[in-house]
Design a protein around this ligand. Sequence first.
Ligand SMILES: *Cc1c(COP(=O)(O)O)cnc(C)c1O
Length: 389
Amino acid sequence: MATNPYDWIEQSLETIHRADWYRSVQTIEGRPGAIVQLEGQSLINFASNDYLGLAGDERLIQAAVAATQEFGTGSTGSRLLSGHRELHGQLEQAIASLKQTEDALVFSSGYLANLGAIAALVGKRDLVLSDQYNHSCLKNGALLSGANVIEYPHCDVDALRSHLSQQRDRYRRCLILTDSVFSMDGDLCPLPAILELAVQFSCMLLVDEAHATGVLGVTGAGCVEHFGCTGYQIVQVGTLSKALGSLGGYIAGSAALIDFLRNRAASWIYTTALSPADTAAALSAVKIIQQEPERRQQLWHSVDYLKQLLSQQLPKVKLLPSESPILCFQLESAADALKVGKKLITSGIFAPAIRPPTVPTSRIRLSVMATHEPVHIERLVAALSQVDG
Ligand SMILES: *Cc1c(COP(=O)(O)O)cnc(C)c1O
């Protein structure tokens, strides 16, 4: 008897629904910013990764339009064939200058940068040690590499050390993977201690600065700068699509590393080069990050103000530990998180529920932007106090 081989998909969807894990898209209209239009309703936006408010900045838009006029919409091929433009080189030099590394390489997304770099750096004879809360692309990069992967408990340097003392000798190369700012929690990795272990045990270290670039460090270079680790041999990954307001990803590091990736990173070699518009917008953003530190200061003022109001007015709210503009409060269940997210929308606040399997426990995730005004933060806290009571 012939059964429909796709029947399981609908059954699987039903299971997802029953667990309150079902997800669907919501339409944002108009330009991104501190206020957004969500399906006809005007909401204060605490759901965006656009930390510096650059995704709707006139200068990025003009740079993208000008690049499109001059170079067209598509880059027409991979970088090694017909896709390379002078703009790509300029952006890579700008990123290397921001990160104070010898060179950098831009990919079509941060996800692809991680997949490509990890799979190029390690293979079957090697060991990967990965923080259990790392972003999906670090985990999948490790799987793709074919290396032996050990997940260590979140930010647990002692566990990492003990795995290294027991396992390091059995492998050719070893790569430690960590987010610098954990994207769904907002805490920071203990970078100096991890770097020390990497040096001691002769391991490569890849740090994902997706939520830190433009946000942390005196010049906005990220967590590596924040912790005073600039100049050490670290494979720094990041995205052009969060604080930089565009689309794409990058690796920054030594000239040899970048040269090697141009020859071995499949997700860079076998994919079309970044579009002129995205490249030009990101280049404009890197310059703004370097020239306008006041944006970053404004962001941190807003983060401090929100934390202060929450501790004064809502001492009962359980915030997860955070040292970034990402603030999360935990809820009992996925259903609760959904309910709170919906209630916040009726109060004019856009702050999404984050549920398993993205995270182990359900939560509301708030991300603060440099373009939030004090009144936006005050309205958020007022809305939260209604949910609470
Ligand atoms: C968002 C994110 C990425 C992916 O970056 P994209 O450019 O959006 O693909 C990678 N790592 C972390 C930690 C992220 O939060």
